[in-house]
Structure formats: structure tokens, C-alpha cells
Design a protein around this ligand. Structure first.
Ligand SMILES: [Zn+2]
Length: 349
């Protein structure tokens, strides 16, 4: 089969790799219909994540059809249409039972040296019953809703996790830092929870326009040196909930500076180079820090219901469609920010 392979910074190639096969009776082999390129895929692409070796498989957002089902599967069978969270999990251990599927004692992540990546024609899925979630036929056969279903594997569920962890509820004041796909999806989640005021912080006009369409009430240029003060003034002391969706020291500091006393900052951007928090400010103002790595499996069903009903349209963040062979161009477009997020069209439903 064909799949995207990481060969080094700015060197992604689509090449022939071994076909996956069932290894355990709890496995499934999924034929990938659509995959996406994630902002976090850019960390190895840009050479910032240095633990990637040449030959690693890449991609962790995909939906598809069960091609082969292991003998022990009880939930899924050949032909079922499924979404795969960005990590696999057994759904039987204590961490899974606590809803922290990303810490599953037997779980793991797609891609790398040992697992198939999502950006390829097929993926062997360990613990398929514990990992996969069903996609209703009405979603799978509607191109727009199918794109939204794809976002539930990571960015929409991750943005939602940020809002859950930041305690967003009806009437909340919320600031979302970052105008990438996760930040934009956090705005959808905050709007869905009937937050009263939603500040979108970013610096890319087209993305901030989408933020407005998703429900942001206030747009703030994150590069404006007075950005924090403007939000503090507009809210008489800061917002109750911050969702930080970038993962840098500067954005984390900005987030802490705009939380009102008693509020919460939830960070869902993969942190790179974040080494300090303003502990004195957190202490003095009773600010909570929450996170982090989203157990997306926990949210897929709930959010899928809203996709079915047409209440949310997170698929709108997928602004470029390419065939699998175009994957290297997709990375390039996301790297230079000429597109928000890439959807790969790999096979028919
Ligand atoms: Zn587990």
C-alpha cells in the first residue's frame, strides 16, 4: 500500500510500505477514507521535534471502513464506518475507565517506527473495540459532515477538551489563544456551551473571520502589545476561562495574564519550549492551570450527534483537499500557513 513517510525535516514522501495485517484477534485493519494533516505534524516537519527517525510513518487523524475484523471483535465488523481517535486504547484499564484514554496502560499513538500512520491507505488498529467509534451512514455519505467527523478524531475534540477543562459553561467569558484548527474548534465548543463572550486571539485575517463565523464575539490581534490589557479592560478584570491552543511560552504567559481571579487556563496546544509559569500570579489570583492532551475518544459520540444534527460544522477548518499523493504539498501549505488544515481524499466510503 501507499503511505506518507517521514524522512527528515521538510521531507515527507508518499511511498510503498508493507500492507498491514491482523496481528491479534482484537485488531482491525481499517481502509482509510479521509485523513488530515495536524498542526502537531508540523513539529517534526519543521525539525523542532527531534525524536523522529527517518522512515517513520506519520498522521494520526483518520476515518475509514473496517476492512478486516479480528475474531474477538464484538463492536465492529467488516464494512463498518469508523473514526479513530488520535491514540488507541483498550477501554478496559483503570485509566481508560477514568476517561483518560490517552494514558491507556496498553495504548499508544499512530505512526512512528512501529505503527501505521493515518496518512496512508490502510491502518492496523490495535484494540479496535476499545479504540474506534462508529460514524453514522448519514454523516459518512455527506461530504461536508464527513469532513466534520474527521475533525472529531483530534482538533474538534481537542478544542472541546480545552473548554471542558477550562470550565466553560453558559454565560462564561472565554478567551481562545491561537487561530489554528484547534483554537477555531475551541470557539465552536464555547459557542455550543452558550458562553456569553468569546475572545479570539490570533493574527491571520482569514482565520479570524472563520472564528467570527464560529461564534467569537470579539477579535483581538495577538501581536498587539496591548492585547492583554484590552481584554482585561473589556471584561473588568479578565476572562474566567482561557483555552491556550498554541503551546509556546509567549502564548502561555499571555493566557495567564488575562485570566480573572478564580479562573482557569486550560492548555491544549502541544507545549514546546514552555518552561515557566508565573506562579506568583497563579497564587495571588487563585488561577488554576488545567490541560492537556485530549482523550478524544471520550468526546466523539457526543460531538458526532451535533454533526448529525448540523449544529456544528468544524469541517470548515479543512480548507484544502488533496489526494494522498499530494501529502507533501499539504505539509508545505500548512507550514507556510497558506491553508488552515488539509484533508486527504484517500478512498471512497
Ligand atoms: Zn486502557
Amino acid at each position: 500500500m501507499k503511505a506518507a513517510v517521514y524522512h527528515g525535516p521538510r521531507d515527507i514522501r508518499v511511498e510503498t510500505v508493507p500492507d498491514p495485517a491482523l496481528q491479534r484477534p482484537t485488531d482491525a485493519v481499517v481502509r482509510v477514507v479521509n485523513a488530515a494533516i495536524c498542526g502537531s505534524d508540523l513539529w517534526p516537519y519543521r525539525g523542532i521535534a527531534t525524536n523522529w527517525t527517518a522512515g517513520s510513518r506519520i498522521g494520526h487523524e483518520f476515518i475509514g471502513v473496517v476492512e478486516e475484523a479480528g475474531a474477538d471483535l464484538r463492536t465492529f465488523k467488516r464494512g463498518d464506518i469508523v473514526a479513530a481517535p488520535f491514540s488507541y486504547s483498550d477501554n478496559t484499564c483503570d485509566y481508560c475507565h477514568a476517561g483518560i484514554y490517552t494514558s491507556c496502560r496498553h495504548g499508544g499513538f499512530w505512526g512512528g517506527a512501529d505503527e501505521d500512520g493515518g496518512q496512508g491507505q490502510f491502518v492496523r488498529v490495535p484494540f479496535a473495540d476499545g479504540t474506534l467509534r462508529p460514524i453514522p451512514a448519514a454523516v459518512a455519505h455527506d461530504e461536508k459532515k464527513r469532513a466534520s467527523a474527521l475533525t472529531l478524531t483530534d482538533v474538534m475534540s481537542t478544542g472541546h477538551h480545552g473548554c471542558v477543562r477550562a470550565g466553560v459553561k453558559a454565560g462564561s467569558s472565554v478567551a481562545v489563544i491561537g487561530d489554528g484548527a484547534v483554537g477555531l474548534c475551541a470557539i465552536i465548543s464555547a459557542h455550543r456551551s452558550n458562553a456569553a463572550r468569546i475572545f479570539a486571539l490570533g493574527h491571520h485575517a482569514a482565520r479570524l473571520e472563520l472564528a467570527r463565523a464560529f461564534g467569537a464575539t470579539d477579535i483581538v490581534d495577538s501581536k498587539d502589545p496591548d492585547a492583554a490589557q484590552k481584554i482585561i479592560d473589556a471584561t473588568d478584570g479578565g476572562v474566567a476561562c482561557v483555552v491556550e491552543a498554541v503551546g509556546s511560552q509567549a502564548t502561555m504567559d499571555l493566557g495567564v495574564s488575562i485570566v480573572r481571579p478564580g479562573g482557569t487556563l486550560a492548555y491544549v496546544g502541544v507545549p514546546y519550549g514552555v518552561s515557566t509559569f508565573n506562579a506568583r500570579k497563579l497564587f495571588s489570583d487563585n488561577i488554576s492551570i488545567a490541560g492537556a492532551l485530549a482523550p478524544t475518544r471520550a468526546y466523539i459520540d457526543e460531538l458526532m450527534t451535533d454533526v448529525v444534527l448540523g449544529k456544528i460544522d468544524p469541517g470548515a477548518v479543512l480548507t484544502l483537499r488533496l489526494p494522498l499523493e499530494g501529502t507533501p504539498d499539504g505539509y508545505k501549505a500548512m507550514d507556510d500557513r497558506s491553508t488552515i488544515k488539509v484533508l486527504l481524499e484517500i478512498s471512497a466510503v
